[in-house]
Design a protein. Sequence first.
Length: 327
Amino acid sequence: MPDAIVSAAPMRLPVAGGGTDLPEFYQRSQTRVLAVAIDREVVVSVASDPEAARAAVPSQAGWYWVEHAAESADPYVGAAAACLETAPVVHVVVTSPIAPGSGLGGSGAYLVALVDALARHVGRVLPKPEIAEIAFTIERDLLGRTVGKEDSWLAAIGGAVQLDIDTKGHVFYHTRFDLLHAATRLLKDSQLLLFGLPETRDAATVLASSGLVNSAIVDTALRLTDENERAFLGQDIKQIGAVLRRHWDEKVRRNPAADHPACRRLTACADSMGVLGFKVVGAGGGGHLLVAVMPGRAQDLRASMATWGLRHIRVRPVATGLRRWFR
C-alpha cells in the first residue's frame, strides 16, 4: 500500500443553466446545464499515517488547509466513509487555493476527491460518473444540503461539459469543445472577469431560502439557458452581459436572500464602468462575482473594483477533471 493516496478535482465556472441541476427543477422537466472546469482544484490526501498525508499535498502560502484525523467529527469524511462502507481509520488532509463557500463548486470538488481517495485507499477504483453521483448523494441526501448535480459532475469529468438531467435525476454528459474554446477566449481577452468578494456565504443556506419552484420558474430558467448558450458560443459579450443581468435579476426577484451588497453597488454605476452584466456565481451566496465588461474597459474595472475590496482572480479553463496519484 502506498504511503498516501492523493486525488484532486477542479472547481467550475458556470456558463448556462445554473440552478436547474437541483432536483426541485429537473423533477419537473428535463434540464440542461453547461459549465467549464477551471485551474483551481481541491486536493485530498488519505493515509493511515498523518505525516504521510501531510507530505503528499501542496503547502503553498495562502492556501486553505484542513486536517481530519481518524476520529474526526467532520461530517463529510464520516458520511463518505459510511456511504462507501469503509471504516474511517485514515488521516485526511484537504488543501485548496480557495476557501469553502466560494461559489465555484468547492464542496462538490472536495467530495469527488474525497470519495475517490477513500475508495482507492481500500482498493476500489470507481468510474468517474459513479463518483459524481456518490458525491451528490452524500451532500444532498446524507448531509441535507440544498445542492445540485453540476458541481460534482463537473469536478469528476472536467473540461467543458453539458449535463442533460432527466426527471428521474439521470445525468447524460457531453464534452463541449466549442464551449471550452469560447470560455478560453473570453477569459483571455478579459471580456469576462472573475472577482473575489470580501466575504463568503453558504450557498446551501441561500438556496434553502429560495422557496417553491413552479412550472413558470422552470420555463424561465430553461429559456435563459438557451439564450446564454447562444451568446456564449457566439462570443457576443454584449448579449452575454444582457443574459447575465436578466438571470441575476430573476434570481434576486425569486429569492431576495441571494442579493449581495456588491451587486447593488455595481448596479448603480454599471454603465459608467462599462459593465454589461454580472452575477454572483454559485447559488447566489458564494464569494465570487462574474462580470461581463465592454472591450477595452477591463483595466479600469479592475482598478475600480480593487477600491471596493474586490480582487481580480485570473482563471483559465482546463480540460482535465478528477486526477489521481500516489505519494
